[in-house]
Design a protein around this ligand. Structure first.
Ligand SMILES: NC(=O)C1=CN([C@@H]2O[C@H](COP(=O)(O)OP(=O)(O)OC[C@H]3O[C@@H](n4cnc5c(N)ncnc54)[C@H](OP(=O)(O)O)[C@@H]3O)[C@@H](O)[C@H]2O)[C@H](O)CC1
Ligand SMILES: [K+]
Length: 220
């Protein structure tokens, strides 16, 4: 099994997109379908998608769109400044806006309370706040949101990495999502592999990053 740290994963992603010209939006779509295919849709009918505005959030937004397409109940909670959103996030967000009016921004303590109360109506949380882009301590509204997710005891699926957890397993960023299940993209992340609590909760899914991109940065 290939195990990567944050920097290697980012290099592989960037090479696939910039040199091999694999469209980023295609990787995001594959990521969302990888998560969808790991959800037991017979028992999971109502979803709270909690997303920030980077590409981890883009994966979450694409998943929201795909869940809405098959008629699932979906509520979308956005934490972060939409003005700073990635292109892939915005493309999927625009579609979600056409498909549902259940999209809420979490900015204030009142929004946190609203989020907390609404969670009572859903049976699955999708954690799409941070992935490999996490680079500093989780604070403020982000840490409140993660705390509410963890206190809710609702089955939580993290996209790529539990938000707040260090991909390399070296840093303590203050708090992280206590995921029940993690769908990690393309390659196993070092921090998760060496964490006995999370290791058995992960599946690694191919999202179409070419082997050529992986070989460029991995010497076996
Ligand atoms: N094209 C690709 O690279 C693909 C990636 N995939 C998925 O995307 C994530 C990585 O996405 P990225 O946009 O690099 O970053 P994140 O979404 O993980 O993080 C979002 C931004 O959040 C900011 N940030 C970081 N730490 C904090 C913090 N503690 N508090 C608040 N904000 C924070 C940071 O932006 P700044 O400009 O503010 O520094 C991040 O950029 C990867 O994990 C995959 O899930 C796709 O799957 C495939 C294509
Ligand atoms: K995540």
């Amino acid at each position: 099994m290939i195990i990567v740290d944050r920097e290697t994963m980012k290099n592989i992603d960037a090479y696939a997109i910039n040199e091999l010209k694999i469209p980023s939006i295609c990787l995001v779509e594959r990521a969302s379908l990888a998560v969808l295919n790991n959800i037991n849709l017979d028992i999971r009918n109502s979803f709270g998608i909690v997303a920030s505005v980077g590409n981890n959030g883009a994966d979450g937004m694409a998943l929201a769109r795909n869940l809405l397409s098959i008629g699932k109940k979906v509520e979308i909670y956005i934490v972060g400044d939409i003005k700073k959103a990635s292109t892939d996030f915005l493309i999927n967000f625009e579609s979600c806006k056409k498909m549902t009016d259940k999209i809420f921004e979490i900015r204030t303590i009142d929004d946190i309370e609203f989020f907390k109360n609404n969670l009572e109506k859903i049976n699955t949380i999708i954690d799409a706040i941070f992935g490999t882009g996490l680079n500093r301590t989780v604070s403020g509204i982000y840490s409140y949101v993660i705390e509410i997710i963890n206190l809710s005891n609702i089955f939580t699926i993290s996209i790529d990495i539990p938000s707040g957890y260090d991909c390399d397993g070296e840093m303590d960023f203050g708090t992280y999502v206590d995921s029940d299940f993690i769908v990690s993209m393309q390659l196993m992340k070092k921090g998760l592999y060496y964490d006995t609590y999370f290791r058995d909760k992960i599946v690694v899914e191919d999202i179409g990053i070419a082997q050529k991109a992986i070989d460029k940065f991995i010497n076996i």
